[in-house]
Design a protein around this ligand. Structure first.
Ligand SMILES: [Zn+2]
Ligand SMILES: [Zn+2]
Length: 153
């Protein structure tokens, strides 16, 4: 039975071109010319709103590598980390696509469900697990971080 190593996935991405994605109605599309920095499943209270009760899966990229077409709305608030956060979504279909912290402007977090190939977004850890409800399905194979982990990059 073949084993899928992360290096094989990265090789596939670099040989097939950019990572692409977009919102449900396709008014917003994006392209990323870099491999993911890290993917994490987040159970912070805000992600439970965006994830309709579940946590969200977010793939981190260098901001400079992400190109977006289409209109985005931006909801700014103070995150549980204490940092000012931007949450960007399609005003037409409401799909959340990106989050970014003013404390780490060189990084953007892509909502993994918007990737054309969600297989690229395999979480490396679960974060903010202290905020998860008791019925949350947390992947027991992944390390858990109760609150904000150290910066991804
Ligand atoms: Zn849309
Ligand atoms: Zn979160």
């Amino acid at each position: 039975m073949p084993v899928r190593f992360p290096s094989v996935i990265i090789l596939a991405m670099t040989t097939t071109g950019n990572i692409t994605g977009g919102c449900l109605c396709k008014a917003v599309r994006y392209s990323v010319s870099a491999v993911p920095v890290v993917t994490r499943a987040c159970w912070c209270r805000v992600c439970q709103y965006i994830g309709a009760g579940s946590g969200t899966v977010n793939t981190c990229f260098p901001s400079a590598a992400v190109t977006v077409t289409g209109e985005l709305r931006d909801y700014v608030m103070t995150a549980d980390s204490g940092n000012l956060s931007h949450r960007r979504f399609c005003p037409s279909c409401g799909t959340h696509l990106f989050s970014a912290s003013e404390a780490r402007p060189h990084l953007v977090f892509v909502r993994a469900g918007t990737l054309d190939d969600p297989e690229l977004a395999r979480p490396a850890m679960s974060i903010w697990t202290s905020m998860a409800p008791s019925w949350a399905c947390l992947d027991e194979r992944l390390p858990k971080v109760e609150r904000q982990p150290p910066p991804a990059a």
